[in-house]
Write a protein that binds this ligand. Structure first.
Ligand SMILES: O=C(O)[C@H](O)[C@@H](O)[C@@H](O)C(=O)NO
Ligand SMILES: [Mg+2]
Length: 382
């Protein structure tokens, strides 16, 4: 299975997600954005595909790094190819990012699954074929009837429980919202949700990511009174000492790191340093399914849970192949958006959820993404 081609197809897709100046998603009018599908092909005709932003697989990156490592190599040697790409990052002048490693690794896993007609999680070693999802709510906003008040969060939480969710995570208000961040408002939103859903629904928060230690402590203490399951990324994750301090001063579990660089190596340091109670990984955050699994297994060796960041098939397969993760993060959700509408370039959802809150891993080969190749060709830009 020698790799002969690595190419990116860029195409138009319609979405109602808009990013604010801090990069957080919010609903807005339908608009066209560009998406890319990376395809890796072997001499015997096998293909693997994975999706990302076009910049992540721009021609410069593919030609200067990815093809140099992959072309002519055995597509089954994911571990060696990942290690070689990871080593190239040091001398890439920050051009070769973890996101590129992730999309390449995912396409190689997809290729293996398609070639063997097996879902990726079964190749890894399946642990479960369904998992409870928590509804991951978008950051707060100032939209009338959106997520502008604590009562808005409470009403939306009721809607999510009716849909079947057994867990809900709030992303609260952050700049550029004019008056954010505000710990008291965060706690009012969390209290409104707890009041709305009752004591049995599991609740978590993913707060403003740059609170001071004292603000993060006040937030955590307030959440303990509301019976929340975890507090996530309330301070800059570059300060591991602050997280060690917070974990030592709170009873509510501290989850991280999500966005800190360093892949599974840095997450091992968080465990060793006692900087969190529940570890965190994510295929895009650590550079692929391959390092995400390394993180999961390392956490398991320390008796720790490791919660996986993000939706999409790639993260769902990591969750389905591991024991020490309680949830699948399904989102991001908002009252103005219908998550179950999916994407126009996929014929069906990669993470269908039943009325009891379980996401079922599609039994399709590879990552199981039901790709509409005709749509991609008809909307292709390059
Ligand atoms: O910071 C963001 O863009 C969002 O909060 C996103 O990362 C969200 O998926 C998250 O933090 N989940 O835990
Ligand atoms: Mg988060």
């Amino acid at each position: 299975m020698i790799i002969t081609h690595v190419e990116a197809r860029v195409f138009k897709t319609t979405t109602r997600r808009h990013s604010d100046s801090a990069g957080h998603a919010h609903p807005g009018p339908a608009h066209q954005v560009q998406q890319a599908m990376l395809t890796i092909r072997t001499e015997d005709g096998h293909e693997g595909h994975s999706f990302t932003a076009p910049e992540i697989v721009r021609e410069h990156v593919l030609e200067k790094f990815v093809r140099k490592v992959l072309v002519g190599q055995d597509a089954r040697d994911r571990e060696r190819l990942w290690q070689e790409l990871a080593h190239w990052q040091r001398g890439s002048a920050a051009q070769l990012t973890d996101r590129t490693l992730a999309v390449v690794d995912c396409a190689l896993w997809d290729l293996a699954g398609r070639a063997l007609n097996q879902p990726v999680y079964k190749l890894i070693g399946g642990y479960r074929d369904k998992v409870l999802a928590y509804g991951s709510i978008m950051c707060g906003d100032e939209l009338e009837g959106g997520l502008a008040t604590p009562e808005d969060y409470g009403r939306f939480a009721e809607t999510l429980v009716k849909r079947g969710y057994k867990g809900i995570k709030l992303h609260t208000w952050m700049p550029p919202v004019s008056w954010a961040p505000d710990v008291r408002m965060d706690l009012k939103a969390c209290a409104a949700v707890r009041e709305a859903v009752g004591p049995d629904i599991r609740l978590m928060i993913d707060a403003f990511h740059w609170y001071s230690r004292s603000d993060a402590l006040a937030l955590g203490k307030g959440l303990e009174k509301l019976g929340f399951d975890w507090i996530e990324e309330p301070m800059d994750e570059q300060s591991m000492s602050s997280y060690k301090w917070l974990s030592e001063n709170l009873d509510i579990p501290v989850v991280g790191p999500e966005s800190a660089a360093g892949k599974h190596w840095h997450r091992a340091e968080w465990v060793k340093f006692g900087a969190c109670d529940i570890l965190r990984t994510g295929v895009n955050d650590v550079g692929g399914i391959t390092p995400a699994l390394k993180t999961m297994h390392m956490a398991e060796a320390f008796g720790m849970e490791c919660e996986v960041h993000g939706n999409t098939a790639m993260n769902l397969h990591v969750v389905a192949a591991t024991k020490n993760c309680r949830w699948y993060e399904r989102g991001l959700l908002h009252p103005f958006l219908e998550y179950d509408d999916g994407h126009d370039y996929l014929k069906s959802l990669s993470d269908p959820m039943d009325r009891d809150g379980f996401v079922h891993v599609p039994d399709r080969p590879g990552l199981g993404e039901d790709i509409d190749f005709d749509f991609i060709e008809n909307n292709r830009l390059k």
